[in-house]
Design a protein around this ligand. Structure first.
Ligand SMILES: Cc1cc2nc3c(=O)[nH]c(=O)nc-3n(C[C@H](O)[C@H](O)[C@H](O)COP(=O)(O)O)c2cc1C
Length: 172
């Protein structure tokens, strides 16, 4: 059985205190994901989460079922689920990127590219832009030279993602 990619977005619950609680969540999730061959990235922007999970179909599905029921967030919206060839997000089992905490330069570039309200970078609506944002975040976290990699990630997103407005997930 091959790998799949699942992307969803959600809204952080008011009772959930990102600083301490999120660190604990990330630690626990990293262990679980590693044990089940799952990799990915969790973005936070303001009170919004955007997570990509890649791994074997069944474990990813099972995990998503648990995530949906988690009351630390709500309005969980599935954005993409598809079979993939090579993984795009295999650097980390679980890695949290709070876009607000990024260095000024990458934050401003993301704000320019995706829009921002009161300094909070917008999570885009269209799948190819969502995928682009995830790839940009991956590039930032890989700590590659920012100017070179920003363009590269954008090109990769265009190669990997379907046309704007498509409901389908990006194919590898
Ligand atoms: C935004 C968000 C992302 C999460 N991502 C993961 C994850 O990648 N892996 C994981 O094991 N748990 C993740 N969790 C936690 C799960 O929802 C759940 O609490 C955990 O799997 C334990 O499940 P259980 O309470 O049914 O035992 C996440 C929770 C939230 C709110």
């Amino acid at each position: 059985m091959g790998d799949c990619r699942l992307i969803y977005r959600s809204t952080c619950s008011e009772s959930f205190l990102p600083n301490e609680d999120l660190r604990a969540l990330v630690h626990k999730s990293a262990d679980y994901n590693a044990a089940h061959g799952i990799t990915g990235l969790l973005l936070m922007s303001g009170d919004k989460f955007l997570q990509v999970l890649e791994g074997p179909d069944k474990p990813v599905n099972h995990l998503f079922n648990r995530i949906i029921r988690d009351n630390r967030h709500h309005e969980v919206e599935l954005i993409a689920f598809e079979q993939i060839g090579p993984r795009y997000f295999d650097d980390w089992c679980m890695h949290l990127v709070d876009l607000f905490d990024l260095a000024r330069q990458p934050r401003e570039l993301l704000a320019e590219k995706y829009g921002a309200v009161n300094g909070v970078i917008r999570i885009p609506e269209r799948l190819h832009e969502i995928f682009g944002l995830l790839l940009d975040a991956r590039a930032i976290c890989r700590n590659q030279p920012w100017e070179e990699d920003f363009g590269g990630a954008g090109e990769a997103a265009e190669r990997a993602a379907p046309a704007a407005g498509s409901e389908r997930a990006p194919a590898d």
